[in-house]
Design a protein around this ligand. Structure first.
Ligand code: FAD
Length: 513
């Protein structure tokens, strides 16, 4: 007990800071009831949060449940909506140069029609009418999205469901909500700026110098100060691995626009590719968040704004997008001495698959399992750093996949994205293998988030397997495939019949009906 860390100091009050605080206060106090660990969050009253980050992945559902947060309350407070997957539009073109679309859904029928052969090779026989695309053959989410259905019944309680889902949420309100929950549970909140730090003779951070309140000693400090990385970058100077050789985009334009047709609100994020990047569209209950993620090697801010507003059309009338520089890459070590970086300070991969909050969640969990005492055994930091590096590289590879497998011929940006960017060996090996066999579960044993079904659906939808003759196909019979598709129909109809309209579900969840 004597060596136990008595106080954890979090610097930064964005999503990363408050999520870390909410998680630690929920679990740390439980761990040592005799002498609870004190948690203090210091937040600048002057530096705004980044204010974007509104789409999530399904692990967010179990995260909120584990924090003991009421899901219905969260929906009301954060203007939350349901998300069943991502629709990718215009990322690839057909033989006539026309834009095509596909979904990356959150649930595949493989997980539901348990015990059956994964059957992806069967798709080579082609889907029956209405299921021509690979995503339509393997996920109920696709039909649910197109019919604008929610993932659970009107009578379902918090976190119950028929289909896997994630959320769209208002980032500013979410941080506020987490702040309230955390303070109520015992987090000490300080509004002040960290101006300077003191280091001991080992280079550990021994105290923070606050602008108003003066010197504040620290034991373990968590740097959640966003892209600035006030301690991890500016003081500890941990090297940064820039991902710009892999991924082109380095700027974003963001804006909020009103709903035109709230009753038909879509349960998905849409990503539409433009000439030098892509546009996100995240439907919240009270508005739509949208933004253009692009590369300034191909567009100035002014050119990108013109292109973005023209894409939004009437929806973008009077909109004044805000430009946000993006630092894409990761720290060499997110845990250095007695400082752990979580959130944008630790690194960022462009938001194409909405993975940043997922990473925050996992960074905090990895900190929990490797939690140090005052001696800071070096092995703990190494385990944390190795795992967080692997997580970020896994996610990076999956994002690169979307670009390197594009077939667009209409712009220099898409040609460079396909032909000139570096493909890391980890992804190159997989891509080479997947010309001889399709991805299977065991290929992704140690992966954090994206597994074989995600690789299959994205690669298959982009035509990566077209023209490839897999030896395994010889052993798969057409009648088996037809049977499988017939079972899929039954399964899908059974699920869809239980799902209410998304808007109706939101109203009921918010207590408005
Ligand atoms: P910030 O929000 O920048 O917060 C930094 C905090 O540090 C602030 O409270 C600030 O006041 C404080 N601070 C700074 N300096 C000091 C100081 N000296 N002293 C005291 N306090 C200080 N994520 C997703 O999961 N899904 C998405 O769809 C998504 N889309 C994104 C789109 C874009 C264009 C970008 C750039 C990011 C997106 N993200 C997304 C990422 C997401 O926005 C962030 O991961 C998330 O908001 C966490 O940010 P943060 O808390 O690390 O940093």
């Amino acid at each position: 007990m004597g060596d136990q860390i008595d106080e954890i100091t979090i610097v930064g009050g964005g999503t990363a800071g408050w999520l870390t605080a909410a998680f630690l206060v929920r679990y740390m106090n439980l761990r040592s009831e005799e002498k609870p660990t004190k948690i203090t969050l210091i937040e600048s009253p002057n530096v705004p949060t980044i204010g974007v980050g509104e789409a999530t992945v399904p692990t967010m559902v179990s995260l909120l449940a584990s924090l003991g947060i009421s899901e219905k309350e969260f929906f009301k407070r954060c203007n939350t909506t349901f998300k069943l997957g991502v629709r990718f539009t215009n990322w690839n073109h057909d033989a006539n140069g026309q834009a095509t679309s596909f979904y990356h859904p959150f649930e595949t029928t493989d997980s539901q029609l348990a015990g059956q052969n994964p059957a992806y090779h069967f798709h080579k026989y082609g889907g029956p009418p209405g299921r021509e695309n690979i995503d339509q053959c393997f996920s109920v989410c696709v039909a649910a999205i197109e019919k604008k259905l929610g993932p659970k019944g009107l009578d379902h309680g918090d976190y119950e469901k028929h289909l896997n889902y994630a959320y769209h949420l208002d980032a500013g309100r979410f941080a506020e909500f987490l702040k309230e929950v955390s303070i109520e549970r015992g987090v000490n909140h300080v509004l002040d700026d960290v101006d300077d730090v003191e280091q001991d003779d080992r280079g550990f951070i021994s105290a923070l110098q606050l602008q108003r309140q003066g010197r504040r000693p620290v034991e373990l400090v968590i740097d959640c100060t966003g892209f600035r990385g006030v301690i991890i970058n500016q003081v500890l100077k941990v090297p940064f691995h820039d991902y710009s050789k892999y991924l082109l985009n380095n700027r974003a334009l963001a804006v909020q626009i009103p709903h035109r047709d709230l009753e038909n609100i879509e349960p998905c994020t849409t990503s539409t590719a433009l000439g030098a990047g892509w546009v996100w569209r995240v439907p919240l209950y009270n508005r739509i968040g949208t933004g253009y993620v692009f590369s300034n090697n191909f567009r100035t801010d002014e050119e990108a704004t013109v292109e973005f507003l023209s894409h939004l059309g009437e929806d973008g009338k009077d909109a004044e997008p805000r430009a946000i520089p993006i630092r894409v890459g990761r720290l060499d070590r997110a845990w250095e001495k007695n400082c752990v970086a979580i959130g944008l300070s630790a690194g960022f991969i462009e938001p194409l698959e909405s993975t940043a909050i997922y990473m925050i969640d996992n960074f905090v969990k990895l900190l929990m399992v490797n939690f140090p005492d005052k001696n800071f055994a070096p092995g703990l930091a190494k385990r944390f750093n190795d795992d967080t590096e692997r997580m970020m590289e896994d996610i990076r590879d999956f994002i690169i996949l979307h670009y390197c497998a594009n077939n667009r011929q209409d712009s220099e940006y898409w040609r460079v994205a396909r032909e000139e960017m570096v493909i890391p060996d980890s992804l190159r090996t997989r891509l080479d293998d997947f010309k001889h066999t399709m991805p299977v579960t065991t290929d992704f044993d140690r992966s954090f988030l994206f597994e074989n079904s995600s690789y299959l659906l994205v690669l298959g939808s982009k035509g990566y397997f077209d023209g490839v003759k897999f030896p395994a196909e010889r052993f798969i019979s057409k009648p088996d495939w037809d049977r499988r598709m017939a079972e899929t129909d039954v399964h899908e109809n059974r699920i869809l019949s239980k799902l209410p309209n998304h808007y109706e579900l939101l109203r009921s969840f918010r207590g408005e009906t």
